[in-house]
Design a protein around this ligand. Structure first.
Ligand SMILES: [Zn+2]
Ligand SMILES: [Zn+2]
Length: 278
């Protein structure tokens, strides 16, 4: 059976899988972290991922939600958890209710309303933070962090027994180290991300590049809450990321046009770090 298209990019010890084309469909997941972003469509093979973060409620980022939920039920998997913008929760509940009537099948899932500046623990060592994006409707961007607890340096020389005693006496002997692993822009003006340093220092940045400066003035693109190749050019020295995945290209462009334009304005593709998922 042929599945929906998606790219697979292995980086360090995790994999970014997904595909995005503006106004068509957007879906990303990191199977090792048990989480995904956006449900514009749902490749059959993505079904096993149980936690999804919806950046905003445009159809190309959300339309596959009922299908995904019903597939998991059909395959006897646990009900998934969907984190979605708080204003979308009630309409999505109503939508699922109507689908249950049409399909005559249950759609078991947990819908968790989210807003910017939240921290959500997906597992003991994986945390997702939400950030305000700038789009035509309320939208969010996300950063996935690895969380590690370390012993404070002043206690490193203690024995196991001494550490246990200190802990039992209520002394805080550890501190938390957070490493930004993957940042996902969702649909947004790119310049907004400059406020959030972790987007530019995450190991991998998945960013939208809807336009490539062929015919739209930048002010119009920003008014519609999108990014252009020109935005990437203007902050090209700010990216500290090990890899930058650009996607969500408008369907008005062919793959060749996108590649040519990127190579013209960002020769070398940011030292080879910029990947085009067209
Ligand atoms: Zn979109
Ligand atoms: Zn959108």
């Amino acid at each position: 059976m042929r599945d929906l298209p998606y790219y697979s990019f292995k980086h360090r010890d995790y994999t970014i899988e997904g595909y995005s084309r503006g106004a068509v469909q957007t879906y990303w997941r990191i199977p090792e972290f048990n989480l995904g972003f956006d449900l514009g469509a749902q490749p059959w093979s993505f079904m096993g991922t149980p936690n999804w973060f919806v950046s905003h409620s445009h159809m190309d980022h959300l339309a596959a939600l009922p299908q995904y939920v019903t597939r998991r039920r059909m395959m006897k998997m646990s009900p998934p958890t969907i984190y979605l913008p708080k204003e979308a929760k009630v309409p999505v509940e109503q939508l699922l209710f109507q689908w249950q009537r049409l399909d005559r099948g249950h759609l078991p899932c947990t819908l968790v309303p989210i807003e910017p500046d939240m921290e959500i623990a997906v597992s003991r060592n994986i945390l997702v933070k939400t950030f305000l994006a700038k789009h035509t409707i309320n939208a969010m961007s996300f950063v996935v962090y690895q969380v590690k607890t370390k012993l404070k340096p002043e206690y490193l020389c203690l024995t196991g027994e001494q550490i246990r005693d200190l802990r039992q006496s209520g002394v805080e002997i550890t501190y938390e180290v957070r490493t930004p692993l993957v940042a996902y822009s969702g649909d947004t003006r790119l310049d907004i991300l400059l406020q959030y340093p972790d987007f530019l220092s995450a190991q991998v940045l998945i960013a939208e590049m809807t336009f490539i400066s062929l015919e739209h003035p930048l002010a119009t693109i920003h008014k519609y809450g999108h990014s252009d190749l020109a935005d990437f050019v203007s902050i090209k020295d700010e990216f500290k990321n090990e890899a930058i995945i650009a996607s969500h290209f408008s369907t008005r462009y062919t793959g060749k046009q996108i590649e040519n334009q990127v190579d013209k304005y960002l020769p070398g593709r940011l030292g080879g770090r910029l990947k085009l998922f067209i």
